[in-house]
Design a protein around this ligand. Structure first.
Ligand SMILES: C[S@@+](CC[C@H](N)C(=O)[O-])C[C@H]1O[C@@H](n2cnc3c(N)ncnc32)[C@H](O)[C@@H]1O
Length: 256
């Protein structure tokens, strides 16, 4: 099955196969556009020598998690953290079944049933034999308080060159999440937005990708090459920091 023209290359044959034939069959809330970009970001990290485990807070039925796991190197593992109670306790079994069906065996992942907000960094890292995480997707409870805790956990566990990806940014249903993000960026000046991944639909919402300030230029220069056809020209103004906006629609408003 061919990749649609509105989805950029992911950089991984296994991810391409999953995105083309499996992704829409797994219940979930992230866009294919964002999944392809995040897989490519993992490849970019590999190219830049950044290695290690990854994690998703809010793995749900595994739609996005499976993409990320397929984008790992052979010796890396993915941690799936969720309370696995919503919308019913059967969600954990559905997560396990979806991973098995789409080729992510137990040796490539760890399932962690628990409340991210109550987890200490050392407890999360213990699931990866103490190795710091190179990529963390935060898509758990959508309140300001919970996002603040998830960001603190992610920051404490982040590897050198690591990326933190935040889901449901600028979503009309969760307008206050941006307040937590802004406060977090002000309190953690060593972390900056690397890019905004624009929404595909109201369910496949916008994601922010954050990186360490020391890695910003290096990563951004690569993104400018990789995504030259997907960059919305005006960029995102985080006052005073600017970053790229990656979008399926790169038009500007027509003025006269
Ligand atoms: C929007 S869904 C995640 C969708 C998934 N990431 C995807 O892209 O398909 C949010 C998930 O966060 C989980 N969650 C909510 N609060 C949590 C918490 N405190 N700790 C861990 N997971 C939590 C829910 O159980 C739910 O599965």
């Amino acid at each position: 099955m061919d990749r649609p023209a509105n989805i950029p290359p992911s950089g991984h044959p296994a991810v391409e196969t999953y995105l083309a034939g499996g992704y829409d069959g797994v219940v979930g809330m992230s866009s294919r556009f964002a999944a392809a970009i995040c897989a490519r970001l993992l490849r970019l990290q590999t190219e830049e020598g950044v290695k290690g485990p990854i994690a998703e807070i809010g793995a749900f039925e595994g739609r996005f998690f499976i993409t990320l796991a397929h984008a790992l190197e052979p010796d890396e593992i993915a941690l799936a953290l969720d309370i696995f109670e919503w919308p019913d306790p059967g969600v954990e079994q559905r997560f396990e079944a979806n991973c098995a069906r789409h080729g992510i065996g137990p040796e490539r992942r760890r399932t962690i049933k628990g409340d991210a907000g109550a987890m200490a960094p050392k407890d999360l890292l213990a699931h990866a034999a103490g190795a710091r995480l190179r990529f963390i997707h935060i898509d758990g409870e959508h309140s300001r308080t919970a996002l603040w805790k998830d960001l603190a956990l992610a920051t404490a566990c982040l590897a050198e060159g690591g990326l933190i990806v935040l889901d449901d940014m600028l979503h009309p249903g969760y307008p206050t999440l941006m307040v937590a993000v802004q406060a977090y960026l002000e309190a953690n000046p060593e972390i900056v937005p690397l890019c905004v991944i624009d929404r595909e639909t109201i369910v496949g919402a916008t994601k922010f990708v954050l990186c360490q300030r020391a890695w910003f230029e290096r990563y951004q220069s690569r993104l400018l090459e990789i995504y030259k056809d997907w960059i919305w020209p005006l960029g995102a103004d985080f006052e005073p920091h600017w970053c790229l906006v990656l979008s399926q629609d790169t038009r500007l408003a027509e003025i006269i």
